[in-house]
Write a protein that binds this ligand. Sequence first.
Ligand SMILES: NC(=O)c1ccc[n+]([C@@H]2O[C@H](COP(=O)([O-])OP(=O)(O)OC[C@H]3O[C@@H](n4cnc5c(N)ncnc54)[C@H](O)[C@@H]3O)[C@@H](O)[C@H]2O)c1
Length: 350
Amino acid sequence: MGSHLCEKLLDEGHEVICLDNFLSGRKDNIRHLLSNPKFELIRHDVQQPIHLHVEQIYHLACPASPIFYQFSAIDTMKTSVYGTINLLELARNCKATFLLASTSEIYGDPLVHPQVETYWGNVNTIGIRSCYDEGKRAAEAILLDYHRTYGVDVKLARIFNSYGPRMFQDDGRVVSNFVVQALQNENITIYGDGSQTRSFCYCKDTIDGLYALMNSPYLGPFNIGMPIEATVRQLAESVVRLVGETKSQIIYHPLPSDDPTRRQPDISRARALLNWSPKVSLETGLTNTIEYFRTKLATPDAENSPEKQELIRQQTRVREQQERERKLQLKREEELVKAFLEAEAAKGNQ
Ligand SMILES: NC(=O)c1ccc[n+]([C@@H]2O[C@H](COP(=O)([O-])OP(=O)(O)OC[C@H]3O[C@@H](n4cnc5c(N)ncnc54)[C@H](O)[C@@H]3O)[C@@H](O)[C@H]2O)c1
C-alpha cells in the first residue's frame, strides 16, 4: 500500500520521504520512484525516533499479513506502540498532520454487522493475532491521547481488506494466496468452509480514501473499505474463473485461531464527510492483480528467497500449533475449575 501512496502523493505534486525497514515490504515496489527528484527513501525502523521537517505523516509502517506479524509478533507490537509514539513526536515537533492506518482487525470477531465506527470490537487479547489487533488498538489510543494532550492534528483510518498489485506472493493473504495458487496450477486452499466473509477493496481506492481523509478537516475514525461482502469461497471461484486455464481445485483446511467470521464496513461516514467510496469492482481489481502476478511469477524475486519464505512458513506453523496447545490447556484448566466449584457446592449442600 505504501508504494501506491507514494505514487499518489507524487502525482498530486508533493515531495515524499518514504521510511521503511523492509521487514515485510520490498524495495522493488518503489524502485521506479528512486530516480524522481521529489522522492527520497530512508531505510529506517520507526521503533527508533527520527528528526525531519515534514508537513504530513502517513503512518502505514506495520506488517499487515498474519504470516509476517506472527513471525515477528513482538516487533509488530513495538512498531505499533513505539513507532506510533515516535512518529507522533515528529508530528508534534514539526506541527505536521498525522494519519494512522489502523485496521478493521480492531473490531476483532465482530458482534455488530456491518461494522460501524462506533463499535468497540470483540478482540482476543492473548491470541496469536493479538500482537497486530491489540497493537493497532494501542496505536489508536496513543493517537487520540497525543491529540488531546498536545493538540496534534490527527486522522484515524480503519482499513478493511485491501489488495492489488505489489502484494507479496507468499504472505498468506487470501487474495494473493488464491491468485498465485491458481496461476501455478496448485490447489486453492480455503481455511474453514469458505463461508466466512470479507470485503475486498482495491488498493487505489484505499489510497484515495486515505488521501481524502488527510486533506479533510475531520479526525475520524473512518472505515475505509468495500461495503460489499463476499464469501471466501466466492472469491476463490472468481479467481479460478478470471485466471482462465488452471488445473487448480478448491480444497479445505482447518480454520486458524481467531479468524473472524464476518467482515464488512459501514462506510456511511466516509461517503458523507469525505465524499469517498470505492470505485473499482472486485472483477476489475482481481483482473489487475492477476496480471501483476502473472508477470511477477515469470521473473525471479531476489528479495524474497525460498529460504526466507520457508523460515516464515515454519514459524507460522509453530505459532498455530502453540495456539492449539494453549487452547487445549485452557480447556483443561476450565474443567478443573468447574470440578472444583461443583465440589465446593456439594460441600455446601451437606
Ligand atoms: N492491506 C490491508 O488489507 C490492510 C488492512 C488494514 C490495515 N492495513 C494497514 O495498512 C498499512 C500498510 O499495509 P500493507 O498491506 O501495505 O502492509 P505491508 O506489510 O505490505 O507493508 C507494511 C510496510 O511497513 C514496513 N514496516 C514494518 N515495520 C516497520 C518498522 N518498524 N519501521 C519501518 N517500516 C516498517 C514494512 O517493511 C512494509 O513495507 C499497515 O499499517 C496495515 O496495518 C492494511
